[in-house]
Design a protein around this ligand. Structure first.
Ligand code: GDP
Length: 439
């Protein structure tokens, strides 16, 4: 996600870290590089200017320059300012008490509206709502069929008023939700390739007809800062409450995501990163900022793990793992769950430095299978008590698995690091499990 920007910034920081003490000139030169990196990521120039001015001012203090770890302090300040740029606070989707709640999606054609509508429905269904999808895009011939197919796959009802006008379809859709006891209506509207009057008028008419509880604008992350102009046009005519940033899995440079909140004042609520229905993630500015700076996104990772656990009703295992009573059998289980969570690449991408590792080709998709083969060569006692693994046992296991002792040692190192990490993450997991308990 936003790999090239992330790489550039991390490069700048490792240059600073190598210096030990920092002078004013070091900060100035780092700021020039950061400015360039942001401009190249297609962030709006006004946003870049403000960002750099604020960051520089905060970095050029005696407190930072004369501290024992000046580079670390600079990274902290950039992290803080980046979080601010992305919107600071989480902006969750809050449904009002009206039943059915109506969520209307707007955006240009091809921005990913239909896909996002389906993903949102999937998410709401997971949260025990009963959504209804309404197909109001009557101009793109395949749009209603696309929505229908996605709805059928997820077991979500789709209302399509083939042959009718979009305003009538939207109204009838709401009635259909009432008739079929659905509590959230997601209205997929038509887009055009460019902002035009007709599209805006239609969106306004639908808005008047169904009085949505909220309007979300779907924005293609690949469009860069141009989205800001489109968003401003929508904000002026139909107004909207938040943004779904789609196609974040592609090679989006980041300009759109980093500019939109500052320029339009509208928060990003979700990011869509993939083809699968479960690839709509809540947007957490602090976590994304950390990812951009190569610090990983452990909390999302744990949340994803907890979700998988919940689905399998294995939350108890998660707690045990978190309490660091990890065994190698658990490691094999985790291995299998990683596959359920979208595979190694998705997971690595959320780890500190993960995107960089992915970019450099260091990530081997087959590594998990390899690991399983090694663990399978251990005795039951060894798997449960990894401390037993002395030199001669490791040599026996290596021979049994057909690998070198170094590979067994690497696996054990990874295992021990995971154990440590799990221990650190324990409060988050408990918090999450607690959340589950309240539901
Ligand atoms: P609409 O015209 O706004 O309804 O756009 P669609 O939902 O039809 O999406 C346009 C294209 O973008 C389709 O080919 C989608 O599969 C693709 N797409 C939408 N969202 C995502 C995403 O998050 N990631 C990727 N990789 N592709 C997406």
């Amino acid at each position: 996600m936003l790999e090239s920007l992330s790489e550039r910034l991390q490069g700048i920081f490792s240059g600073l870290r190598g210096k030990g003490r920092l002078t004013e000139e070091d900060i100035n030169s780092a700021m020039r590089e950061i400015r360039l990196a942001l401009l190249e990521a297609d962030v709006n120039f006004k946003v870049v200017k403000q960002f750099c001015a604020r960051t520089k001012e905060r970095c050029l203090t005696a407190e930072v320059l004369e501290s024992l770890t000046p580079a670390q302090n600079v990274v902290k300040i950039v992290l803080d300012e980046l979080t601010e740029l992305l919107g600071r606070t989480d902006s969750k989707l809050v449904l009002s008490s009206r039943i059915p709640n109506v969520i209307m999606l707007v955006g240009l054609q091809g921005s990913g509206k239909t896909t996002a509508a389906a993903k949102l429905a999937y998410r709401l269904k997971q949260e025990k709502h009963s959504p209804l999808l309404v197909a109001c895009d009557v101009y793109r011939p395949a749009a209603a069929d696309q929505l229908q197919t996605l709805g059928d796959e997820m077991g979500v009802r789709v209302y399509r008023g083939d042959g009718k006008d979009p305003v009538a379809i939207a109204k009838e859709g709401v009635q259909d939700a009432i008739d079929h006891l659905r509590d959230v209506v997601i209205v997929d509207t038509a887009g055009r390739l460019h902002v035009d009057d007709e599209m805006m008028e239609e969106a306004e008419a639908i808005k008047r007809a169904v009085k949505p509880d909220q309007i979300l604008m779907v924005v293609d992350a690949m469009t860069g800062q141009d989205v800001v102009n489109v968003a401003a046009a929508f904000a002026e005519r139909v107004d909207f409450d938040g943004v779904i940033m789609s196609k974040m899995d592609g090679d989006a440079r980041g300009g759109g995501a980093l500019s939109i909140k500052q320029v339009t004042g509208k928060p990003i609520k979700f990011i869509s990163a993939g083809e699968k229905p479960d690839s709509l993630e809540e947007f957490h500015p602090d976590r994304i900022a950390k990812r951009i700076l190569g610090m990983g996104d452990m909390v999302s990772l744990i949340e994803s793990a907890v979700r998988v656990q919940q689905e399998a009703e294995e939350a108890e295992t998660a707690k045990r793992l978190a309490k660091s009573q990890l065994t190698l059998n658990d490691f094999v289980d985790m291995n299998r769950q990683i596959r359920k969570m979208g595979g190694v690449r998705k997971l690595v991408s959320a780890l500190p430095g993960g995107d960089k590792a992915l970019g450099s080709g260091q990530v081997d998709e087959g590594a998990l299978d390899h690991m399983e083969v090694i663990i399978n060569s251990m005795t039951k006692a060894e798997r449960e008590k990894p401390d037993l693994l002395n030199g001669s046992r490791r040599a026996r296991i290596a021979a049994g698995a057909g690998v070198s002792v170094t590979e067994v040692n690497q696996l054990m190192k990874q295992f021990n690091e995971t154990k440590k990490m799990m221990k650190k993450m324990m409060p988050s997991v408990d918090e999450l499990s607690g959340k589950k308990g309240k539901k």
